[in-house]
Design a protein around this ligand. Sequence first.
Ligand code: ATP
Ligand code: MG
Length: 650
Amino acid sequence: MSETLANLLQENRRFEPPAALAEAANVKSDAYAEADADRLAFWAKQAQRLDWAQEWDQVLDWSNPPFAKWFLGGTLNVAYNCLDRHVAAGKGDKVAIHWEGEPGDTRTLTYSDLHKLTCQAANALTDLGVGAGDRVAIYMPMIPEAAVAMLACARIGATHSVVFGGFSVDALSGRIQDASAKVVITADGGYRRGKPSALKPTVDEAVALCPTIEHVLVVRRTGEPVAWGDKDHWWHETVEAASTEHEAQPFDAEHPLFILYTSGTTAKPKGILHTTGGYLTQASYTHHAVFDLKPETDVYWCTADIGWVTGHSYIVYGPLSNGATQVMYEGTPDTPHKGRFWDIVDRYGVTILYTAPTLIRTMMKWGDEFPAAANLSSLRVLGSVGEPINPEAWMWYRKNIGHENTPIVDTWWQTETGAIMISPLPGVTATKPGSAMRPLPGISADVVDDEGRSVPDGGGGFLVLREPWPSMLRTIWGDDQRFIDTYWSRFQGMYFAGDGAKKDDDGDLWLLGRVDDVMLVSGHNISTTEVESALVSHPSVAEAAVVGATDPTTGQAIVAFTIPRGSVDTAGDAGEALIKELRDHVSKTLGPIAKPRQIMLVAELPKTRSGKIMRRLLRDVAEHRSLGDVTTLQDSTVMELISDGMKSAK
Ligand code: ATP
Ligand code: MG
């Protein structure tokens, strides 16, 4: 990207918080001024949300940037903060997790249940020789034992590395090797799309490539037959036989809590390292502030998988440290029918829902009748994370899920940031559809140009973070130099997030996708997000992905892949007419510079396992190259379909 991003999309809609919610909100507008006045004092106050065995001497040590130390000298135990202290406060019988398996089986775990199981798992891991500082890989379906495994590691000071249960032998073994993990915790399998999906065979193959693995702990979930070796132990024979008594030891605030590899949308996965005190402080505070969580009355549901950072911070550590009651669901959103999510919201009376734009757009494609069939009146805050949310998807979410009055918090953050960084506050912010609005109190984000100068309101450029924050990554596991090169070298003294962004005339922030995806058309930098949002604003479109393909006249030309909404007729001439209409629609909405050279109507888009569009592969198709690495692709047949469609369209 040479200079700044063109600002194309105009959005004038505003939504004030409902008065009652604003009145009772956990965090009010004065939090911004308080944090601005003394950022470190603000974070020190938030750290008091936790129980510390030993209070810190210094809030932040930034004497050796970019290597930050937060809450120096402080000690605490993460699992104690998520479990023991709630039980000690008389909340042992409160439901921690309403779990629902894909086949419809359910389990209810109270804080006391979760505490006992975690103590047992901590004892079992200790018996297997796992101690503080050792690494443990976790490769699990979405069952309560996944959270227990993470908490048990935290409890004994072992560093967990959760690997998404859909990843291949290569991905799993690569991550085990990179961290020299000693133990893998897994299951025979989980349920996906109506049938058992095995995990243990992948672990067996990976372990054969990983000599550091001494033991494999296996939860029985599906009951499918599994191969059994010397290193294997059944969870029900070891963990469930262990003592439920376990005293948690405090660890240093900078003790490594977990490694999580970024999804690899762009390059070789990086082992992002998070530590203890600062991470838990920000995960807990943001969960309280951004979702306005009232632990006594709310039922919270985050639809992410624990394999992603969202599952770490907003299924396990944020909600449990706050004593929340939450729903955890094992399976896919359309099993056995496309209303499954809304059934769950209805049945458990979910009040706070946190999901991803990819799911919202999929639901748009399926049609309004599915949410309409359920009672969603319990919902009071809606969240979004993972990609920019297109304004029309935001509006659909508000109308069809949020009964036209529920605040939507569009939360920008990354694996690297550990917790939410930019987001509306539901009781404070007058939201704009598609904007993540402002940095949270205590966070200093900015948009800068090529030279690192702050752009004025109305300008676009690179998103940066100017000051260290408590839950920031501490390094890339085993590779300090890559940490410096990747995040701290592009701009002097600033963290470079890799995302494009703009400030609107009010100074509110709009995320514009990855800098690598920005298109250069006739000398103008144009964001994929804005063109995609223009396409999604057409009533016939559910989802769109846009890439820049080499073009002899304009340098790059815009090629769009578009999924029509369920009811739209695209056969023959109707398809041609729609394509013409869409090209004109983009031109009218954003200006002629953004008019796509070519629009393809497709049934699916290539996405990562976490649901993000892989534009890199679409660029290959648009430029007629052979396809790049597809290993993190959710469904590899999608690319064949698109490539075939591309050929027949010419
Ligand atoms: P990799 O870094 O391996 O390519 P990834 O960036 O997809 O993978 P994550 O850390 O899960 O892995 O995702 C963070 C990225 O997701 C952000 O940098 C941003 O591009 C995008 N993102 C997340 N939330 C939002 C949001 N609310 N608005 C816009 N973009 C978002
Ligand atoms: Mg990233």
